[in-house]
Design a protein around this ligand. Structure first.
Ligand SMILES: O=C(O)CCC(=O)C(=O)O
Ligand SMILES: [Fe+2]
Length: 321
């Protein structure tokens, strides 16, 4: 046995343990963590090519910012930028290549390691994702009002810069430490009240615009106030991805939801786990192929029926307030 090598190994793992502990502390203290140059140039080039191909196709997609199904060509501005955010772009059966390039980033080992470095949990599932070509200008909010775990606080928001963010295309911003607020008046309020609460609460903290570089990853706490600004100069994009992850052993919920008894929790968790699929990746995806087809099929139907069923509703866009 080579003793020297072994001692070295122990020292390394001890250092790693200390490093990991301090990363967790920083995350819990600040409410966010930035991982520089995490995603390779090759993966970024691929996904941008795939988005560009998809934009030429005029296929259907679900817009998170408008909350409805739409054709992509009609949503491109005079510079060819997509005006709306594209929700669950990895779950469209008619966008296989785009979906794969998205999963290669959002369900990657790189993001898994980043999540593990700041969480006590080992395995995660991607609940939802979005592709932003242009800044939609998202109101300041905390994700927990919309999505969180039960018990709350273990959801992870993630943002990947697909280009250097300089500001002309709008920026994503956070309010460091705002997740530590004791004020929980947002629980069980309407969206309007929640928006007012977020605006008032954010004023107590310093706003930090994040000029991340292509390939950087940001992870934030579900109670951290964040949002984004509108495009400043025409023609400038804010190419980025976001995703929300939860540990596989926790139930998806909303912040402030009632705590379930052990039995009910177990049953619901089992049901949730049955839907998850790895698709060959180390981070699980939220839904089985069957669910994905169902979601897409309902989408086509809603688009064809139109009217009230597919009405836009953009609650989170700054333009509306
Ligand atoms: O990039 C944005 O405009 C907002 C994204 C966001 O709030 C989220 O993904 O939770
Ligand atoms: Fe958010």
């Amino acid at each position: 046995m080579n003793l020297d090598k072994n001692i070295f190994r122990v020292l390394i793992s001890k250092k790693n343990f200390i490093l990991r502990k301090s990363l967790k502390d920083i995350y819990h203290n600040q409410g966010y963590m930035i991982f520089k140059s995490l995603i390779s140039e090759q993966k970024i080039k691929k996904i941008l090519e795939e988005l560009s191909t998809f934009k030429k196709s005029n296929k259907l997609y679900y817009s998170q910012s408008e909350h409805n199904w739409r054709r992509i060509k009609g949503d491109l501005d005079e510079y060819g930028l997509l005006e709306c955010s594209f929700e669950n772009f990895t779950d469209l059966p008619w966008a296989i290549n785009l979906s794969k390039s998205g999963r290669d980033i959002l369900q990657s080992h790189e993001i898994l390691n980043a999540l593990r470095s700041i969480s006590k949990h080992k395995d995660f599932c991607m609940w939802q994702n979005m592709f932003f070509d242009k800044s939609t200008g998202t109101i300041d909010h905390i994700d927990t009002w919309y999505l969180d775990t039960n018990p709350m606080g273990e959801l992870f928001g993630a943002w990947v810069a697909l280009e250097d963010i300089k500001g002309d295309g709008g920026t994503f911003h956070i309010y460091p430490k705002s997740h530590l607020s004791k004020n929980k008046e947002w629980i069980n309020t309407s969206h309007n009240n929640f928006r007012d609460w977020s605006e008032t609460e954010s004023k107590k903290y310093e706003k930090k615009p994040l000029n991340l570089k292509r390939g950087d990853l940001l992870i934030w706490h579900p109670s951290l106030i964040h949002g984004s600004s509108l495009q400043i100069s025409k023609g400038f994009s804010r190419k980025s991805l976001t995703a929300h992850y939860h540990p596989i052993n926790l139930l998806r919920s909303k912040g402030g939801a009632k705590i379930l008894n052990k039995e009910d929790y177990k049953v619901k968790l089992l049901r949730q786990k049955k839907l998850m699929r790895s698709y060959g990746y180390e981070i699980y995806a939220r839904a089985s192929k069957r669910e994905i087809f169902k979601f897409a099929g309902i989408g086509i139907l809603k688009y064809l029926l139109g009217g009230i069923i597919n009405q836009p509703k953009n609650l989170m866009n700054r333009k509306n307030y």
